[in-house]
Ligand binder design. Sequence first.
Ligand code: GRF
Length: 186
Amino acid sequence: MRIVVFASGSGSNFQVIAEKANELGYEIDCLVCNNPDAFVIERAKKLMIDTIIINHRDFSNREEFEEEVILSLKDREFSLIVLAGFMRLFSERFLSVYEGKIINIHPSLLPKYPGINSIEKAFIDNADEVGVTVFYVDSGVDTGKIIFQEGFINNAKTIEELEERVHKLEHRIYPLVIKDVLEGKL
Ligand code: GRF
């Protein structure tokens, strides 16, 4: 079972997805990254994972960027695209090429706090419960069908503490959810 991971930034989720691959029985075919300065590229190099860098700024619109991504994945075999901090939205055309095959993780209990700065928003709100959500990607911002959620009681004293707990939870559940989606259990 092969996956392709899309990421734009630090790549801590990419790292755990890669580290757990053998144990959980999937393989990362390649990393797709739209940001040539992203730290995730260093991580992939160390892990010896093939990386495709396509800078969206080199294209005049989203459709052209996406066509290049589709082209670069044309001869690769994989059954799931896993977004891990990928900071672009997809068009209907892109979604139809990979229908039902794109998942994402978000650091909140969706539909609460979609979009950016979700952990900060939950902290400022003093939300009782916080958590993470894995979902199928659609053309909206964090609006797709929910696959899995896990929450915990928010008793964090600082935003850093809350961030650390949320990211730890992401790192624990994402590889397991990927495995279950690949095996058709979720
Ligand atoms: C994570 O919080 C994920 O939920 C969100 O983007 C962040 C990516 O972090 N979609 P990292 O690049 O995996 O460290």
